[in-house]
Design a protein around this ligand. Structure first.
Ligand code: NAD
Ligand code: AKB
Length: 311
């Protein structure tokens, strides 16, 4: 395997993806890149470069000069942050993607991973067991950018043969690196507050069901999709990935089994409208059929893992 770069390696997914890829290949092959001055501590044992994905020429030179074959492009503004700065969110989420797609079109890059999200769906989408192909009318700037990104990925695959692969991640839950400004962040924060204070005020209402997934499963899915033979992949926009579906009340009950004194209260804010526009649960049968996807962590196993590892 040639060299791989992870752009946005300093974030919630990037940190754990860098760790996992460095375990699978040799450390020197996996280059972490981010706009931050320094790599997070967890990934300081391998190559790191400070890179702004919006600096098209710098990104092009680095990738061409270093003969990078695979790019994981993770840099983006997430749903809640994007609503506060829609112009910049659109710029960041789209321009970086075109820079990488064009490098692949010109033959410099062989394979791309670019993540999409359940945010591509909107209020008119069937909310339960949302199918792969369905109505998609996202109502957030983040969702619009992800849906447009998916369309461009499929276009570059069909027109220019670019090997780009993508997953519509649900909300991701992890303890190694904090989340970066999404609507599903409450499902991480709740564990930290439960351990620290025994109390949590949730910014979503108690019965808001959303699809979520433990990070280990998301990383495994990502690597599995990237390793899958190209001729098995029917989807070149982005694959649905289901995970576990739960409400704040349900995750609080799961935590209470371990910490009986834990208390949750609810103060919904602007993120409630975003969550209300997203599906409750996702059908990921295409991922199961095309690259043998199987979920590993249910709610009980994820709760135990989070509570044991947060100190
Ligand atoms: P994050 O916010 O934790 O990390 C993003 C990283 O990108 C940060 O380290 C940030 O410093 C970096 N970055 C920002 N601007 C940059 C720039 N101009 N140049 C280079 N780096 C820059 O986000 P995440 O949760 O790790 O998400 C990664 C990707 O996965 C995003 O595209 C996101 O939309 C997608 N996604 C995430 C989730 C989730 O629950 N975490 C769910 C669905 C999709
Ligand atoms: C967010 O809440 O913005 C992300 C996502 C589901 O894309 N976690």
């Amino acid at each position: 395997m040639g060299k791989t770069i992870i752009i946005g390696a300093g974030g919630q997914i990037g940190t754990e993806l860098t760790l996992a890829l460095r375990n699978q290949y040799t450390k020197d092959q996996i280059i972490a890149a981010d706009i931050k001055d320094n790599a997070p501590e967890l990934i300081q044992d391998g190559p790191y470069i400070q890179l702004d994905i919006l600096n098209r020429e710098a990104v092009r030179s680095y990738i061409i000069d270093n003969q990078i074959e695979t790019v994981y492009l993770l840099a983006a503004l997430l749903s809640a942050t994007a609503e506060k700065n829609p112009d910049f969110a659109w710029k960041l989420n789209m321009e970086g993607l075109f820079t990488i797609l064009d490098l692949a079109k010109e033959g410099h890059v062989k394979k791309i991973f670019w993540p999409s999200s359940i945010a591509v769906f909107g209020p008119t989408t069937p909310a339960d067991n949302t199918p792969q192909h369905t109505v998609m009318e996202p109502s957030t700037v983040y969702g619009i950018s992800k849906q447009a990104g998916e369309r461009w990925c499929e276009y570059y695959y069909n027109k220019f043969g670019v090997d780009v692969r993508s997953i519509r991640y649900p909300g991701l839950i992890s303890y190694k690196s904090p989340p970066g400004g999404g609507t599903t962040d409450y499902a991480v924060d709740i564990f930290y507050k439960a351990k620290a204070t025994g109390k949590f005020t949730c910014f979503l209402s108690k019965d808001t069901a959303l699809p979520m997934m433990f990070m280990d499963d998301a990383i495994r899915a990502t690597i599995q999709l990237m390793d899958a033979p190209a001729d098995r992949l029917r989807i070149r926009s982005a694959y649905n990935l289901g995970g576990i579906s739960f409400t704040p009340e349900e995750i609080a009950s799961s935590i209470k089994k371990h910490l009986p004194a834990f208390e949750i209260t609810y103060e919904p804010d602007f993120r409630q409208a975003i969550a209300d526009s997203w599906p409750n649960s996702i059908d990921d049968s295409y991922a199961q059929q095309d690259w043998d996807w199987k979920l590993g962590f249910d709610m009980e196993r994820m709760t135990r893992e989070m509570l044991e590892n947060i100190h």
